[in-house]
Design a binder for this molecule. Structure first.
Ligand code: SAM
Length: 393
């Protein structure tokens, strides 16, 4: 916990962080600035973060604690504009060195940018999905008072640490341990809903628990790693419409929306080969990646290098066993196998995007009806829509 000396040193660092976030255009209002200057992020890091280390792959981590790095450096890192991983593989094992991040303290610029984008007004009832460390929850509670803030975290260990940090800092939001995809009916309706884990579609429960005119800010993401920060307004009947905010925002997936684990063996390069009309390299583009995912929502993407050769792109749809290999052979070849012609679907979508003048993601809109959810591209009266993989309402 913080010593009296830490409190003073933390305050100076918080002011510097607020200046930096304001200069970057992320922090845009005095009310959120007051919250950033008040909430001690180091308390929410709960004494341990994981720093990535290069050791032959992206999954190696080194634990950092105040004892290991010294109190001063610990305070420095708490106020860096960095996402700190706080849990790996959903376990609280004391010193794991390998794993996939399952909880983190999101970089402050993104936290405040989303809070600004949420357009919170005094008196708003806010539902947050993904309490994580509790840092963003504390900012909300500072701004609105704990009574108006409900935050849901799926992982009991993460939730317990957040609860302790919130208690220690004197904030009293309503905390729920459970699946945030179900919202929290008991405290509904909500005027604002914000998610700090990504979703493949907007959960129907959020819409049902939203007050008329409520605003929802959440990242829509999928199994090809495409992502977009969505902002929606909910109508009185639970339908909603909105669009994508600028920037390249991504979040770890809500647990039930995560991609299935990859198969341990790569599929063969058997199938129907043809020249690719669009190059796999195009998938590195933010908007193209997102559109490709809309075209093939059950498909996961991997970049594979065989024997140190150039990377190939592998798209797989586990539900049907379909796959598409994209190689650089003969200036770009696709080999497709199985009932879903994955690259045909992606190319058909990219052709309509091309025909519309290659608009950026912000030109797409989101339409949520009585029982369907879709992303829509409407350019010069030519309308194209892609359903999101939402279950029936
Ligand atoms: C990026 S972290 C949250 C960052 C947090 N807002 C902060 O400031 O520290 C995402 C969190 O979402 C949680 N999460 C994942 N799936 C969830 C679900 N279905 N319901 C609630 N929380 C979920 C994860 O356990 C993780 O703690």
């Amino acid at each position: 916990m913080n010593t009296p000396a830490d409190l003073g040193a933390g305050a100076a660092r918080r002011r510097r962080l607020a200046d930096e976030l304001a200069a970057g255009g992320h922090l845009r209002s005095g009310t959120w600035r007051a919250a950033v200057e008040a909430v001690p992020r180091e308390v929410f890091l709960a004494g341990r973060v994981y720093h990535p280390v290069a050791r032959g792959g992206p999954r190696w981590w080194e634990p950092m604690t105040p004892e290991r790095v010294g109190r001063d450096y610990w305070l420095d890192l708490a106020y860096q504009d960095v996402t700190w991983v706080t849990q790996l593989d959903g376990t609280d094992a004391p010193t794991p060195e390998r794993g996939i991040p399952t909880s983190s303290s999101t970089m402050p610029s993104l936290v405040v940018r989303m809070l600004e984008d949420l357009e919170v007004r005094a008196g708003d009832r806010v539902l947050e999905i993904g309490t994580g460390t509790g840092y963003s929850t504390a900012l909300l509670a500072h701004r609105l008072g704990g009574d108006l803030v409900t935050s849901v975290e799926v992982d009991p260990g993460v939730a317990a640490r957040a609860a302790a940090a919130l208690r220690a800092t004197g904030y009293g939001p309503h905390l729920v341990t459970g699946d945030g995809l179900a919202g929290h009916q008991e405290r509904a309706p909500y005027d604002r809903i914000i998610a700090t884990c990504s979703v493949r579609h907007i959960p129907w429960a959020w819409l049902a628990q939203a007050a008329p005119g409520a605003r929802v800010v959440a990242t829509l993401a999928g199994w090809m790693n495409g992502s977009g920060l969505a902002a929606l307004t909910v109508a009185g009947d639970g339908t909603a419409c909105g669009g994508f905010l600028p920037g390249t925002v991504s979040f770890m997936s809500a647990r039930a929306h995560a991609a299935p684990p990859p198969r341990s063996r790569l599929p063969k390069r058997d199938g129907d080969a043809r020249p690719a009309r669009y190059d796999a390299g195009l998938l590195d583009d933010w908007t193209v990646n997102f559109l490709a995912q809309l075209a093939a929502p059950g498909v996961s993407m991997a970049r594979v290098s065989r024997d140190g050769a150039a990377f190939e792109t592998l798209l797989t749809e586990q539900a049907t066993g379909s796959y598409a290999w994209l190689t650089a052979d003969d200036g770009g070849t696709v080999i497709q196998h199985g009932p879903t012609r994955i690259w045909d679907q992606v190319e058909e979508t990219l052709a309509s995007w091309d025909g519309a003048g290659r608009p950026a993601q912000e030109r797409l809109t989101i339409e949520i009806g009585a029982d369907t959810q879709a992303v829509v591209l409407d350019v010069a009266g030519r309308r194209r829509s892609w359903p999101l993989p939402a279950p029936p309402r």
